[in-house]
Design a binder for this molecule. Structure first.
Ligand code: ZN
Length: 431
């Protein structure tokens, strides 16, 4: 299994030199992109990645500035361009590769055994770069041991901090799961997660909590930038701003990892909704809140952790009416389209529903139906089973796997109950 492990490099007297290597790599990228654009504007033909690679090899040999980079690093930039170039044609809405700011961000790759060395004593590691007969040493804390190294990348954050990313082969990690239940989760604005058992999980709004500090730092930075002051005070303001934003991001990320581990440790099957995160971020009323809570990042982390625990994550269709259906009798109540309706009474069976808990129960039911490919019996109305609604694709076959990345394009209709869990695992064993 290939994994990327990230370590923060301590500042040393060679940090500026290593950072300048990344700037050179960014410069090479910009050169390739501009060359390709210029070529197309002149001849109306795309410059193929293989021709670019040949051209770069020539330039690399005669340019002193680029010759600081290792051949692997130049090769990696060319390969990165090739990937971006191909994606431009394959993926919709993916534009042509663009030039970046060369002094901000970026990365440089070290491959094989050329140009670098890694040592570790278990607690601290040393990353040594061999450059022109000199050795640049960088220390870092070994938070986890790495396996067989494939390549090493030094990445520069927007605030100038350097990180070592080790891509290595590691044996598959299996963690022990304590529970074996199933749960449905509904994401919300008021509560981060509402679970189908009635409980909810609140995430601290780190962005809002630190708004005073980040806003002050942003203001200080923009005042100096607009005034054209690019001296030491500008650099300090920029550093403070980036540090404040990075802290918020780190706090959120830490919370997400811990929550993902907690959920995957407790449950064997998790049903979630496939949300249109990018669309939600653009909403004028709650766009900032969506970005602040980081739903997309959380789902990504949940899928990584689920693999370790062997937990199944099933995504349901985003257009499934999870909020409108009564989880007891299956009645469709359109009044819940109004987001202000937090509680409602089912006109058919008279059950009082909490909006989010009912949605979470429906999500669990639909996820189970998608996973097994069969309708789930209702508890209300004499245990009747509704005929599954087949979506556009006509998919009714059971699917086995984590479910993430393979968005189901259809959904069924049914109900959930306390006996649902037992029923589900009996059916699963039968399959
Ligand atoms: Zn009902």
């Amino acid at each position: 299994m290939i994994r990327n492990y990230k370590y923060k490099l301590y500042v040393s007297k060679h940090t500026k030199e290593l950072s300048s290597l990344i700037t050179s790599a960014n410069f090479a990228w910009n050169h390739i992109v501009r060359l390709a654009r210029r070529y197309y504007s002149l001849y109306h033909v795309s410059l193929s990645p293989s021709r670019i690679q040949k051209h770069m090899v020539k330039i690399y040999k005669r340019d002193r500035y680029w010759s600081k980079l290792h051949t692997h690093s130049i090769q990696a930039v060319c390969q990165k361009y090739e990937r971006a170039f191909n994606e431009h044609f394959k993926i919709k809405k993916r534009g042509f590769p663009r030039a970046h700011k060369k002094h901000i961000g970026g990365s440089v790759l070290f491959k094989g055994s050329g140009g670098y060395k890694l040592t570790s004593d278990g607690k601290h590691g040393v990353f040594i770069v061999n450059k022109l007969g000199k050795k640049w040493k960088f220390k870092f804390k070994v938070t986890r041991p790495w396996g067989e190294i494939r390549n090493v990348t030094v990445k520069r954050d927007n605030d100038g901090c350097l990180y070592l990313i080790i891509t290595c082969n590691v044996p598959e990690e299996h963690l022990k799961r304590e529970g074996s239940g199933s749960i449905g989760m509904d994401f919300g604005m008021k509560t981060f997660l509402t679970l189908s058992d009635g409980s909810n999980i609140q995430i601290p709004d780190y962005h809002k909590q630190s708004l005073n500090k980040t806003a002050q730092a942003d203001r200080s930075y923009s005042l100096k930038r607009n005034a054209g002051v690019y001296g030491s005070s500008f650099k300090r303001a920029k550093r403070i701003k980036q540090k404040a934003h990075r802290k918020v991001s780190n706090l959120r990320s830490d919370f997400h990892w811990k929550l993902a581990h907690e959920l995957c440790r407790r449950y064997k099957f998790i049903g979630i909704e496939d949300l249109n995160i990018e669309g939600m971020k653009r909403h004028k009323n709650w766009g900032r809140k969506v970005s602040s809570l980081g739903y997309g990042e959380f789902i990504q982390k949940l899928s990584v952790v689920a693999e370790k625990y062997g937990t199944v994550i099933e995504k349901i269709d985003r257009y499934a009416p999870s909020s409108q259906l009564c989880s007891v009798c299956g009645y469709k109540y359109t009044g819940t389209k109004d987001l202000n309706v937090r509680e409602w009474i089912c006109p058919e069976c008279g059950t009082v529903h909490d909006r989010d808990v009912n949605a979470a129960k429906n999500i669990l039911r639909i996820a189970i139906e998608n996973y097994t490919g069969e309708g789930v019996p209702l508890t209300g109305s004499g245990n009747k089973t509704l005929q599954p609604l087949v979506g556009q694709c006509g998919h009714v076959e059971p699917r086995v796997g984590s479910g993430l990345g393979e968005n189901p394009t259809c959904f069924n209709r049914g109900s959930t109950s306390m006996q649902l869990e037992l029923w589900f695992w009996v059916r699963l064993a039968w399959f």
